[in-house]
Design a binder for this molecule. Structure first.
Ligand SMILES: CC(C)(COP(=O)(O)OP(=O)(O)OC[C@H]1O[C@@H](n2cnc3c(N)ncnc32)[C@H](O)[C@@H]1OP(=O)(O)O)[C@@H](O)C(=O)NCCC(=O)NCCS
Length: 154
């Protein structure tokens, strides 16, 4: 069972060290980049994912109800945006990704938002089946060059 914790002085380096597989590097930014961007994203929320005292991944979300320079006209205002999700190479396939989606749904509920949105890089190793297993469906729209997915918060 994992939980999400704010990244702080003591945990920063452990979270930055987590890496996805080499053939997944095109799918998600390195954690160091996400943590740096978070400091310039007023609507962002970044947390490390932990199994007890073992760091296993990172989740980052954006609250559309907070004003941010990252918003564009037409962006959904009723959907929490799952901005980044990664489970480190050696911890994949243990159900932690699924638990992270449950954490994302819980965060959406806490923000009072009925939907969860994300986007994925299409092509090799795209985790589309993973998201579909967890209730997110393709909307048919693209967000930048990524395929948009949306799900109702259970
Ligand atoms: C996608 C990711 C978060 C899933 O985390 P995880 O802890 O391995 O996921 P779980 O163990 O909860 O679930 C694994 C299930 O998802 C499926 N899955 C995971 N990644 C997949 C992929 N790229 N393509 C197809 N299926 C995938 C597995 O086949 C498995 O299915 P099963 O339960 O039917 O056997 C993780 O693989 C990851 O960090 N990938 C690299 C970064 C990435 O793609 N992040 C998402 C950015 S949009």
């Amino acid at each position: 069972m994992i939980d999400a914790r704010e990244v702080d002085f003591y945990t920063l380096s452990a979270i930055i060290k987590l890496k996805v597989r080499a053939n997944q590097e095109h799918l998600v930014a390195p954690n160091s980049v996400t943590i740096a961007q978070f400091h310039y994203e007023p609507a962002g929320c970044v947390r490390g994912l932990w199994n007890g005292d073992i760091p296993v991944g990172l989740i980052a979300m954006i609250n559309p109800l907070i004003e941010s320079p990252s918003f564009e006209e037409g962006d959904a205002l009723d959907a929490a945006y799952l901005w980044r999700l990664m489970i480190a190479d050696e911890h994949q396939g243990k159900g932690y990704g699924g638990e992270a989606i449950a954490i994302a749904y819980q965060q959406s509920r806490e923000w009072g938002l009925p939907k969860l949105q994300t986007s994925v890089v299409p092509g090799e190793n795209c985790p589309m089946p993973f998201y579909e297993q967890h209730g997110l469906k393709q909307t048919g729209k693209m967000l930048d060059k990524e395929v948009e997915l949306m799900g109702l918060v259970p």
